[in-house]
Design a protein around this ligand. Structure first.
Ligand code: SAM
Length: 345
């Protein structure tokens, strides 16, 4: 159906490589209450001034328009999404948007005890919690300021609020936590968590990963090495399905385990990008077709110059058209402009 000026918005977002893009990761803030060594330098990143951050209404408008073009799932992220005031209202707005079937959140869980219930009541379905270690001292070292007990309290609050299944994201780093993958995998025997081991992506320079009392060299570990370690210690992993969509993770189960173990291999899996179904909206209003490529389309400018719905739809289509076939890291491509916290992981 035409919108009046001859422009007919598509019913589905199909990119030039015939991938259907129905998933948007929305960074609601670039601010974070932690400083994870693989994500942000210790001093943080220069914060986007408040007036440059999209308002919740602006984000809601983009979600509504994209939903009319085939967007089905939204994940709120950051920075730490729970440090943004009004994030519960955004969940409510998104969950009431026709077409949106699923809203989830990626969080460090520290603020979940005070937010989990109202998030669930507003329509949030699930949470992914970042947790790279089960050792309190190491947790402090990796996050440079957090307390593991706060994360555990956050996970408990998510469970009580019914934000299930709980997925744990573990970035595996040689020399930092690669000696712990078996212990972390073992938790799935008793807990119904979906533990996902993720390959480290190259967002940080070496000197930026330093912490005051120790210099960590964050080494890359391919997920097949993690899988081998787990199988040698705990027995074979059987391929498993999830009923909430697995995205880029491949899931497995240890015999008689309650939970699942997933592997996310953006670097070592050659066809990783072939099934990419997402774009990202940064807190300062840039639509980023690929996490690992610097190309961005400025939606904020269109919004704030009084752009019409059709103008915004056209900009969304421009981003879609510029989505690369793959990240091309092996050919030397690197994301230079932003750290992970400034994009939204
Ligand atoms: N603050 C929230 C959190 O801690 O989950 C959301 C933002 S954080 C940037 C989102 C996810 O990105 C986390 O699971 C984190 O582990 C992951 N991440 C950040 N930097 C990464 C990197 N260099 N390589 C792989 N994953 C990374």
């Amino acid at each position: 159906m035409s919108t009046g000026n001859g422009f007919v918005p598509p019913k589905q977002l199909i990119d030039p490589f015939q991938r259907s893009i129905d998933y948007l990761r929305v960074s609601v803030t670039d601010r974070c209450n932690l400083r994870c060594v693989y994500c942000m330098p210790e001093e943080g990143v220069p914060s986007v001034p408040h007036q440059e951050v999209l308002t919740l209404e602006e984000i809601g408008r983009i979600i509504r328009l994209a939903a009319g073009m085939g967007l089905r799932r939204v994940r709120l992220t950051g920075g730490e999404p729970l440090v943004r005031k009004g994030v519960v209202n955004l969940v409510r707005l998104a969950s009431q948007t026709p077409g949106i079937e699923d809203i989830s959140l990626t969080t460090n869980a520290i603020l979940l005890p005070s937010h989990a219930r109202e998030l669930a009541a507003a329509g949030l379905k699930r949470v992914n919690v970042s947790l790279d270690t089960l050792r309190p001292q190491r947790f402090r070292q990796i996050t440079r300021r957090g307390d593991l007990s706060d994360v555990m309290a956050g996970i408990a609050a998510a469970r009580e609020a019914g934000l299930l299944p709980i997925r744990l994201n573990v970035v595996v780093m040689r020399g930092v936590n690669d000696d712990e993958v078996v212990d972390i995998a073992r938790t799935t025997l008793e807990e119904d968590w979906q533990v996902r081991f993720i390959e480290l992506m190259p967002f940080m320079d070496e000197q930026e990963t330093c912490i005051r009392d120790a210099s960590l060299t964050l080494g890359f570990v391919p997920t097949r090495g993690v899988q081998r370690q787990i199988e040698e210690a705990l027995g074979p992993l059987e391929a498993a399905e999830t009923n909430t969509g697995s995205g880029p993770a491949k899931y497995y189960r240890l015999a008689a385990a309650r939970g699942l173990i997933g592997f996310i291999s953006p670097l070592s899996e050659t066809r990783f990008c072939a099934t990419c179904n997402r774009m990202r909206l940064t807190a300062d209003g840039k639509l980023r077709p690929c996490l690992l490529t610097d190309q961005e389309i400025d939606l904020k400018q269109t919004l704030r110059e009084g752009g019409s719905d059709d103008d915004l739809r056209q900009r969304i289509l421009e981003a879609l058209a510029s989505k690369p076939d793959a990240h091309h890291l092996s050919e030397g491509n690197r994301p230079h402009r932003r750290k992970m916290a400034q994009i939204g992981g």
